[in-house]
Ligand binder design. Structure first.
Ligand SMILES: Cc1cc2nc3c(=O)[nH]c(=O)nc-3n(C[C@H](O)[C@H](O)[C@H](O)COP(=O)(O)O)c2cc1C
Length: 351
């Protein structure tokens, strides 16, 4: 199998078969405050919201996962079906594979067949540096048209690149390229970390560009170091197996990343909280902490290998749990979630 195809396949298989989560989920350190007199009926709760002027059925996003090999087409199709059913945004995985091999385009473009309010294209940041500006502009146009994207996510994944045996940890010039692209590309650009989070300083630098949003992609859920640890073991690569293990819990937690990015940008830039969101209660915590949307990857992966119905059911559960949390806090709209207080648990591991 072509190299990128087998890598994508292994990522998904390992994420399905092994426990690749960070050793602590930092959403557990956030406690929402119960309102024993919510004075609100369940039916009055409005979970609709907007992102980049698109009306969304719920503040939940199906985060970028896959594409680029045969099974990925089925996964993306089932996720797209659920995204369309709930009118929520959906990202596809890095589209580099299809830029380099046209035969793989349908594994991504299948999502075009569904009425999704916000389709998000995806490319790794090291790729931009390797391609150079001219090629990058051309390829970004290509990944947008491949899925009729309404936004592009540029994925900061240097943790993964540095512990991956065939990784390409090229980070020099990345910020400058992001800045140029944010000036030159018409569709909204989301800067997305993929599990290691965002510090205050990085958010501050990003706030000086024309990007449209930050997906803080913090530590709490899927650890790409863990995935690469298992991949390296599969290939009897001791060096990277050790690296993956050592950096398993590297990064800034998702709640902390959210606060960092909010403070650095004065909460003016929409923030997406991906990383460790397991259920609707975690979504509620992310909204209360200032996120516009919460992104779910791993929790949707297994259902999406089964059927469209199972995939829809999982998202339905997440949305119902969000509504339950809103009722229990006496909050009737997504907008009002940001005004609600929360507590940090005592003995917290220092989100
Ligand atoms: C199998 C797998 C593949 C992924 N591939 C990508 C990718 O290509 N691009 C990207 O931006 N993020 C990718 N991610 C990261 C997710 O979008 C998300 O940021 C991360 O998994 C944390 O969310 P979670 O804890 O809900 O899994 C991938 C995640 C998984 C599980």
């Amino acid at each position: 199998m072509y190299q990128i195809e087998s890598r994508k396949d292994e990522h998904v298989r390992i994420a399905l078969e092994k426990n690749v989560s960070a050793h602590h989920n930092y959403w557990d350190d956030i406690e929402l405050i119960h309102n024993a007199l919510p004075e609100l009926n369940y039916g009055e709760i409005d979970i609709s919201t907007t992102l980049f002027d698109k009306k969304l059925g719920a503040p939940v996003l199906i985060a970028a996962m896959t594409g680029g090999y045969e099974l990925a087409k089925e996964i993306n199709e089932r996720l797209a079906y659920a995204a369309s059913h709930f009118q929520i945004p959906m990202g596809v995985g890095s589209q580099r594979a299809a830029v380099e091999n046209a035969k793989l385009r349908s594994t991504y473009s299948v999502v075009k067949e569904y009425d999704i309010p916000l389709r998000i294209a995806n490319i790794g940041a090291s790729q931009l540096v390797l391609w150079g500006h001219k090629k990058t502009l051309r390829y970004i146009e290509d990944i947008i048209s491949m899925i009729d994207a309404h936004a592009v996510a540029i994925c900061l994944n240097f943790l993964q690149e540095v512990v991956q045996f065939e990784g390409e940890p090229h980070a020099k010039g990345c910020f400058q390229e992001i800045k140029r692209l944010s000036d030159e590309i018409d569709v909204p650009i989301i800067i997305k970390e993929s599990g290691a989070g965002i510090s205050y300083d990085v958010a501050l630098r990003l706030s000086k560009t024309n990007i449209a949003a930050i997906d803080v992609g913090g530590k709490s859920g899927t650890s790409f170091a863990a995935i690469e640890h298992y991949r390296a073991k599969l290939h009897s690569d001791y060096l990277n197996a050790r690296g993956g293990e050592t950096f398993w819990n590297w990064g800034v937690s998702t709640p902390q990343s959210l606060m960092n990015a909010g403070n650095a940008t004065d909460w003016k830039l929409p923030l997406i909280a991906t990383g460790g969101i397991r259920n609707g209660l975690d979504v509620a915590k992310a909204l209360v902490m200032g996120a516009q949307c919460a992104g779910v990857a791993q929790a949707m992966l297994k259902p999406s290998t089964k059927s469209k119905e199972v995939t829809v059911l999982e998202m339905e559960v997440i949305i119902k749990e969000l509504q339950a949390a809103m009722l229990l806090m006496g909050v009737n709209s997504v907008q009002k979630m940001k005004e609600v207080n929360y507590e940090l648990r005592r003995g917290t591991k220092g989100i």
